[in-house]
Ligand binder design. Structure first.
Ligand code: PLP
Length: 390
């Protein structure tokens, strides 16, 4: 049986074959422990780690030494938020955040609030998922110890002005955490130039290995780690380094740096084509989010009155898309992003997240549109009580 077409590139991405080759070679030959600098095996592993560090920093335009490897964005986010909140002079620490952040940010902050370590203030967002910058400014002026605004949203694909948020945070000397898990390698990020304090990157969103990621910190910040152990990564993240994963992340970052300017407009064209085909074939289809400012591969739609469950059940053998954010799928809770945007229950129930990546062809997009249009037609026919005998 043919594999379904994969259009869920926000949940994760297939590994680029060039990354896979490097990871496999390192697993086979360069098995040294990067901390074992007394012999060539360890030194070779350490060199691989250092060149990956350079590649991560080049992708986000940061100084090389500011990168700490982690198991992914969730860990990097936990390290940064815990560090800032627990070391803030104000007790509890005031955290200003957007309500459409990923659960890695939201749940970390909520847990600190529960413990009495932090107090949270949420920035207003509109029905397109755009943050109200004036509200953010007022909250920061009132007094904040950390601002968390993501670079791009994992559900609706909105991109946010990291530069503008960073400028405001610098004006008021408030640390800024930017979750760039979805954005790095797809949009330009100037870590040093915009003076971002903390930024996180995830390998598996950029055709790299799962379980790899990094926390990038401004020079004056050396976060305390969450774990105790060795002195790896300056104790920000102790534990034997995942050399193949780190080298894979480095190669994924290098490829994104070199190829994103060419790839992303092509991905956006495919996304636009799919959007046009779906709009032509499905009446009442609504495109969610800030369509003028979204990731090139993102297409988030609602088909009011057509539960996404019913569509997914029909298409899952041929097409992989998502009912909502994959990180929270499995829970039956409505998406916190769509709730914050004030979507109607019908719009939320009929929401589908589609994510196109660099390995999707135009044929994938055309086939996906046909699969989705047919599935919606079938659901509508069934719901109207008319049996379909064609
Ligand atoms: N932040 C965003 C915006 C994400 O999309 C994700 C993953 O879906 C994460 C954080 C968590 O990343 P990781 O899987 O690397 O822990």
């Amino acid at each position: 049986m043919r594999e379904p077409i994969f259009l869920d590139n926000q949940s994760t991405t297939p590994v680029d074959p060039r990354v896979l080759k490097i990871v496999a070679e390192i697993m086979e030959k360069d098995f040294g422990n990067a901390s074992s600098v007394d012999h060539v095996f360890g030194r070779r592993a350490a060199e691989l780690v250092e060149s990956a560090r350079e590649e991560v920093s080049l992708l986000v335009n940061a100084e090389k030494g500011r990168v700490y490897f982690t198991s992914g964005s969730t860990e990097a986010i936990n390290i940064a938020i815990n560090h800032v909140a627990r070391n803030a002079k104000r007790k509890p620490a005031q955290i200003v955040l957007s309500p459409v952040e990923h659960p890695a940010v939201l749940e970390t902050c909520l847990s600190l609030q529960k413990q009495g370590v932090a107090h949270l203030s949420f920035i207003k967002v509109d029905s397109f998922g755009r943050i109200d910058f004036e509200d953010l400014k007022n909250l920061v002026e009132t007094g904040a110890d950390l601002v968390a605004v993501m670079a791009a949203n994992n559900e609706i694909g909105n991109t946010y002005s990291v530069e503008k948020v960073a400028k405001l945070c610098n004006e008021f000397d408030v640390p800024y955490l930017c979750d760039a898990s979805q954005a790095a390698g797809k949009v330009n990020i100037e870590f040093d130039g915009w003076q971002i304090d903390y930024l996180v990157v995830s390998g598996h969103k950029i055709y790299g290995p799962k379980g790899s990621g990094a926390l990038v910190c401004k020079r004056r910040h050396l976060p305390a780690g969450l774990m105790h152990g060795g002195a790896q990564e300056q104790a920000v993240r102790p534990g034997t380094l995942n050399v193949p994963g780190i080298a894979g992340l480095g190669e994924a970052c290098r490829l994104r740096r070199v190829e994103m300017d060419v790839d992303e407009p092509i991905i956006a064209d495919k996304r636009d084509k799919l959007q046009v085909l779906l709009q032509a074939g499905i009446s009442e289809l609504k495109v969610n989010g800030d369509v003028g400012n979204r990731l090139s591969g993102s297409l988030h739609i609602s088909i009011p009155g057509i539960p996404s469950d019913a569509v997914i059940t029909r298409i899952c053998d041929s097409l992989a898309v998502s009912r909502g954010a994959s990180c929270s799928s499995g829970t039956e809770k409505p998406s916190h992003v769509l709730l914050a945007m004030g979507l109607s229950e019908e719009e939320m129930e009929g929401a589908l997240r589609i994510g196109i990546g660099k390995f999707n062809s135009e044929a994938d997009v055309i086939a996906a549109s046909e699969i989705l249009i047919n599935a919606v037609r079938e659901v509508r026919t069934k719901m109207s009580g008319v049996s379909c005998k064609t």
